[in-house]
Design a protein around this ligand. Structure first.
Ligand code: Z5A
Length: 212
């Protein structure tokens, strides 16, 4: 038997997170874990989706301060955690989230330069000890990820930032994912079939360790 879990997928745009979330859900289903919900951050509740639209919107007359951007990310996160994720976990559901708090450390910390300790204070204040059971970090070079994102749609406000922003973001992802036992790093520069094969191998191995 395996207790239900909270799994997070992290990475830059175009890393393949959305694909990975669906792929992991299907893999769990095949192993008879059927009670799985997918969420995304920011978003996945009516209020958090409104915040998402606001964050992604290009304003011609005014830009967000970096602090506003961080607080909006956290507002959406808390809304989702309290309204959907924690109640679902309590009901015995598995939850897979496309992004979580590592995104704020990487984007608003690494990319925008907000001090890490301030972001961690925010995390401790509102998320307290609530942490994912497993995080899969899909590591992609910014140039490759942005090219994939650009092939798919027009760029939103954050995606329009310079390559340097995403290099700094990736640097912090790499720093924060290197020595945590609950984080698995996958090379997402490879073709999608190889990435999926590697995700499956890691997930199945991890599941074996979760049997109680
Ligand atoms: N953000 C933040 O700043 N701080 C925070 O705390 C949080 C978020 C939570 C969310 O936008 C934005 O919010 C995001 C970070 C910021 N902004 N940026 N920039 P989003 O949800 O719209 O964007 P995203 O999270 O970056 O997702 P994405 O662009 O949709 O990328 P993805 O989910 O990682 O990739 P995908 O949709 O699975 O695949 C993208 C395309 O690449 C698609 O055409 C695939 O077929 C292709 N793909 C995927 N994998 C491969 C491989 N391996 N090879 C070739 N092609 C591939």
């Amino acid at each position: 038997m395996i207790k239900n879990k909270f799994i997070v997928i992290e990475g830059l745009e175009g890393a393949g997170k959305t694909h990975a979330c669906i792929y992991i859900k299907n893999t769990l289903n095949k192993y008879n874990i059927k009670n799985v919900i997918l969420v995304r951050q920011p978003g996945s509740t009516p209020i958090a989706e409104e915040i998402r639209n606001l964050i992604k919107k290009n304003f011609n007359t005014e830009d967000f301060t970096k602090e506003t951007e961080l607080l909006l990310m956290y507002a959406a996160r808390i809304q989702l955690v309290k309204k959907i994720i924690q109640p679902a976990l309590k009901r015995g559901m598995w939850v897979i989230s496309d992004r979580h708090d590592l995104s704020s450390l990487a984007y608003q910390g690494g990319g925008l330069g907000i001090q890490e300790k301030k972001i961690i204070q925010l995390k401790n204040l509102f998320l307290r000890g609530f942490i994912p059971d497993l995080t899969i970090y899909l590591d992609v070079f910014p140039k490759i990820g942005l090219k994939r994102a650009l092939n798919r749609n027009s760029l939103d406000r954050i995606e329009r930032r310079k390559l340097e922003f995403f290099k700094k973001t990736r640097k912090i992802y790499l720093k924060n994912t290197q020595s945590d036992q609950k984080i698995i790093k996958i090379n997402a520069n490879l073709n999608i079939n190889t990435v999926q094969k590697n995700i499956k191998k890691k997930i199945l191995n991890w599941l074996k360790q979760q049997i109680i």
